[in-house]
Design a protein around this ligand. Structure first.
Ligand code: SAH
Ligand code: SF4
Ligand code: F3S
Length: 467
């Protein structure tokens, strides 16, 4: 069947939104409650804000307690096996609730559900799940919900193509920090990664739409905007007139207002000197780059299909350090990629010691069926991989300690985000390197940029007081 044009399909969903809203107001005396939980990355969180936006437009209120929810919607992540297990565990825990209250609806969407075999598994083994839809069908929530609420059978919607859907209602999670997707999908096909299969081909939003959303965030009082994409450095492919990520970033940073800009994720193969110069020149862009390296061995990088070398990566880091005073870096690292030897791993350790990341996100390799790496021989036993992993964690924590101790005595600009973990009277926020900073202060200061003198450091945060 040929697909209708996007505008028509969206108009249809708007009709369903209206019909669902009428149906709900007939059925419930008070607004029904929805629980929406996003299990994945920031893109997934950002999708969750659209799901919440559509639900709010249909008349739902929100809760975070499943016992109270009339609809539980889990927005899933497929990046590693433990992410999937966590989702399935949570779905299993809903079974007794559904038994007590059969009218409660359960929906699963997002990356896991874009995989046909997973949708099939839900169909067979989780008969109490009402709605299943993949990433490309996100905007069809109103229709699926309406059909199920009107007594039709369980709704499954998979397949589809990645498109750019503008104009969906949004209900953001926070009031200070806002996510701003600039592109969707990924074309890199790193050999271990499921994302290109569940998110579709890379596509960039138009700069006009992005700038309009950024202006709106600033107007609503947001103080930090994070530009999101799986590989922001390749932003702009296929757009007319041509525009690249450095130019877009600069345009966002030039908007009037008091705010800062972050971005993620940068892929080292597409990170340009122009981008680094832009960060150096624009005051509103944070001096922090998340630049995932994945491995410190050229042999493994090649097998991962990352398309850069350790040497190229270190040159980028050196250039950024030279151009951007005080720049800090964070990275993702995979330990135990199929065929990785202890020697390869030592390369990673060496690289981590040279770069001295302020934050590292470390993962044990997880086999994803359908990816090229899943076919590779993987002879190293998992206990051995875990030992390497621990070695990496130890190195990371000693580097972090040193970096944090070096900040004691300095005055850092901090965006106050909310109550601190230390206790009453404390606030927490983040400095431009994205370190957590705790300090005594009144709740009225939340949402402001403040100067904090760092007095001590403890593994999870820096502590200080207002200047
Ligand atoms: N687009 C981003 C990250 C996407 S996924 C990038 O290219 O960096 C986030 C991180 O999950 C990846 O950086 C990688 O370190 C990790 N990851 C992805 N697939 C994985 C797998 N199969 N096993 C373990 N970690 C994985
Ligand atoms: Fe996955 Fe690589 Fe794309 Fe990142 S760039 S999402 S790791 S395929
Ligand atoms: Fe993100 Fe997980 Fe999907 S990392 S893109 S939610 S597979």
């Amino acid at each position: 069947m040929e697909q209708q044009p996007l505008a028509q399909r969206l108009a249809l969903q708007r009709e369903y939104m209206e019909k669902t809203s009428q149906l709900l107001s007939r059925r419930y005396e008070h607004p029904p409650l929805a629980l929406v939980h996003s299990f994945g990355c920031q893109q997934n969180q950002s999708d969750g804000e659209k799901l919440r936006g559509m639900l709010a437009a249909m008349g739902y209120g929100f809760t975070d307690r499943p016992e109270q929810a009339d609809l539980v919607l889990y927005n899933t992540c497929a990046v590693r096996e433990n992410a999937e297990d966590r989702v399935l565990g949570n779905v299993g825990a809903l079974k007794p609730l559904k038994k007590q209250r059969p009218e409660m609806l359960i929906g699963l969407c997002g990356c896991m559900m874009q995989q046909e075999q997973m949708a099939e598994r839900i169909r067979k083994s989780y008969p109490y799940v009402d709605l299943v839809f993949g990433t490309h069908a996100l905007y069809q929530l109103p229709e699926l919900l309406f059909r199920r609420l009107s007594g039709e059978k369980r709704q499954f919607r998979g397949g589809g193509e990645g498109e750019i859907i503008e104009g969906l209602p949004l209900c953001r999670e926070g009031r200070i920090k806002g996510n701003l997707p600039i592109m969707y999908g990924c074309d890199n096909f790193c050999s271990y990664c499921i994302v290109p299969y569940v998110r579709g081909r890379e596509r960039s939003r138009r700069p006009g739409d992005i700038l309009a959303e950024a202006r709106q965030l600033v107007a609503e009082g947001y103080k930090e905007i994070t530009l999101l994409g799986q590989n922001v450095n390749s932003y702009g492919k296929g757009l007319e007139p041509p525009v690249n990520f450095a130019q877009l970033l600069c345009q966002v940073a030039q908007l009037p207002g008091e705010f800062v800009v972050r971005f993620m994720t940068s892929h080292p193969k597409d990170c340009t000197r122009e981008l680094i110069d832009t960060i150096a020149q624009c005051e509103k862009i944070c001096n922090h780059i998340h630049l995932p390296v994945q491995s410190g061995s050229d042999r493994i990088l090649k097998r991962m299909n990352r398309r850069y070398t350790v040497e190229h990566y270190l040159e980028l880091i050196a250039y950024a350090r030279q151009q951007i005073p005080g720049v800090t870096f964070s990275s993702d690292i995979i330990v135990g990629f199929p065929g990785e030897t202890y020697e390869d791993f030592l390369g990673t350790l060496e690289l981590v010691r040279r770069v001295r990341y302020s934050t590292l996100y470390t993962f044990l390799y997880s086999r994803r069926s359908g990816t090229p790496a899943a076919q590779l021989e993987d002879p190293v036993p998992s206990e051995e991989k875990s030992r390497w992993f621990q070695q990496l964690l130890d190195a990371e924590s000693s580097i972090r300690d040193q970096l944090q101790q070096a900040q004691v005595g300095r005055v850092e600009r901090v965006l106050a985000e909310g109550p601190g973990r230390t206790g009453e009277g404390w606030l927490c926020g983040r400095n431009f390197s994205n370190d957590i900073v705790e300090f005594p202060g009144s709740p009225a200061l939340v949402g402001q940029f403040l100067d904090v003198r760092i007095e001590r450091a403890q593994n999870w945060a820096l502590f200080g007081s207002l200047v």
